[in-house]
Design a protein around this ligand. Structure first.
Ligand code: HEM
Length: 440
């Protein structure tokens, strides 16, 4: 088994860059919650939201998943390094242009460039992964993640066509945006994260139920398109659309249950030897995945479906349950496990605790207030101020993590294993020690 060579520290730098993107996105998120309380002259809320959502998805999650994929595919190819930095340039442009102009010719051009670079990444990673991970149970998940990138971006191209027609059909505009969001969150983020987790468990030789993991994969894949029905139901409340959505969310729930059953012994074995912070990250990361599948399954009931897209708090709570909980927290735990981000030092530990606390508090506030709005009760006292205060924990936590990223992990980090890879190079770990069972 090849471990992350000492000569390849760029991966830690890449993670740091992705974390800086998370800091910027989180600051923009906090700014939006500030604007709910006090107006900021010259700042357009919608533009900040577009900068935030595009930057977080394309700058944080995309780049951190890309890093994980490249390490599995073999970092030896220089082209991946060029691709990373070219993509980061487009992310900087996306943040700046969306914040200043919202949807404009130049912000759309920057996003299109990101999308084209992601196609190059898919074209390179696909054969590399197939070669290196042949026969592993992680491979289908990882490939489905790549396929979802291409699928979801069809929504963005459609957006261009819809906007160029005069006047643009706003229902189609909404459906195209939702298609992109759905493909990213439920496709790329989910399959990418689950694939990296399974690859990590496989290489750690933790106990996995492989047939069940394959079953879970088929169920999750089959659920991907029908679950988009929830967005369509907003525009067209036809019983057939509710039925397709109900089928999709039930398949997804079954898939998540099977996935959890397949990895449960591995998770237990892994987390038993970890510090409380890492156990918390795994628990809330994987817990968010399970909760997301449950909440999604509830929309099989049409009454709940209407409620879910009527109350904005539920939409925002759900989006961040997936992006911050299931994706970000799980990826942080994984990055630590792979030796790409050390959560051992005091500053980094505090950062991760703040992020975890910020996530839990903001989600609780969003869902509780959403429920109160639906029931026609009033607001939680000082709701927007409390939400802003809880939100501030998120950029603070991400900043502390970004400051401490790129440092090599201490060899004594509990649960930190340099990233195992699949090529037959010398079995030497990041700190130069042999890859023996004792070292694991
Ligand atoms: C890190 C801390 C974060 C904070 C403080 C935050 C905050 C916010 C806020 C305040 C909104 C607007 C809510 C509204 O208008 O009612 C929002 C929307 C959104 N956020 Fe975040 N967010 C964070 C992380 C993320 C991440 C990591 C992602 C994706 C990877 C993300 C994706 C989105 C999306 C897609 C929307 C728009 C949803 C829609 O249009 O319906 N956010 N966020």
């Amino acid at each position: 088994m090849q471990l992350l060579p000492d000569s390849w520290p760029p991966a830690r730098r890449w993670v740091q860059v992705a974390l800086i993107n998370l800091v910027v996105a989180a600051l923009l998120g906090a700014l939006m919650r500030y604007i709910f309380l006090w107006e900021v002259p010259g700042v357009e809320y919608r533009n900040i939201m577009h900068a935030h959502s595009h930057g977080a998805m394309l700058g944080w999650v995309y780049l951190v998943l890309f890093t994980g994929y490249v390490l599995l595919a073999g970092p030896a190819r220089r082209v991946y390094t060029y691709l990373f930095w070219a993509t980061q340039l487009t992310v900087v442009a996306i943040f700046v242009l969306f914040a200043l102009q919202g949807y404009s010719a130049s912000s759309i051009a920057a996003t299109s460039l990101h999308v084209l670079l992601s196609y190059v990444a898919v074209a390179l990673l696909w054969p590399d992964l197939r070669r290196r991970l042949a026969g592993t149970v992680a491979l289908p998940y990882l490939l489905a993640g790549l396929g979802s990138i291409v699928l979801s971006t069809l929504g963005l191209w459609a957006l261009g066509i819809i906007m160029s027609s005069k006047p643009p059909n706003m229902t189609l505009f909404y459906l195209a945006i939702q298609f992109f969001l759905h493909g990213q969150l439920n496709g790329w983020f989910m399959f990418g994260t689950l694939g990296l987790v399974v690859a990590y468990f496989e290489k750690q030789q933790l106990p996995l139920n492989r047939p069940r993991l394959r079953q879970a994969f088929i169920l999750l894949l089959c659920s991907l398109l029908p679950t988009y029905g929830l967005a369509v139901a907003w525009a067209e409340r036809h019983p057939a659309i509710y039925a397709v959505t109900a089928l999709g969310v039930l398949l997804q729930l079954l898939g998540v249950v099977q996935w959890l059953r397949a990895v449960w012994p591995a998770l237990q074995q892994l987390t038993a030897r970890l510090a409380p912070l890492l156990r918390g990250l795994w628990a809330f990361g994987i817990g968010s995945l399970a909760f997301k599948a449950l909440v999604h399954a509830a929309v099989a009931v049409p009454y709940v479906a209407v409620m879910s897209f009527t109350v904005r708090n539920f939409v925002i709570g759900f989006v961040h349950l997936v992006t911050l909980g299931a994706t970000t927290l799980t990826l942080l735990a994984l990055l630590h496990g792979q030796g790409l981000l050390s959560l051992r030092g005091r500053v980094a530990r505090l950062g991760a605790w703040l992020l975890l606390a910020g996530f839990v508090l903001t989600e609780m506030l969003l869902f509780l207030q959403g429920l109160m709005l639906w029931l026609d009760w009033s607001f939680i006292p000082s709701y927007h101020t409390v939400l802003l205060l809880a939100t501030l924990l998120l950029p603070a936590g991400a900043l502390l993590l970004a400051l401490r990223a790129a440092r090599a992990p201490a060899s004594t980090d509990p649960g930190a294993q340099p990233l195992p890879q699949y090529a037959a190079h010398s079995p030497v770990s990041a700190n130069g020690s042999a890859d023996t069972a004792a070292n694991r």
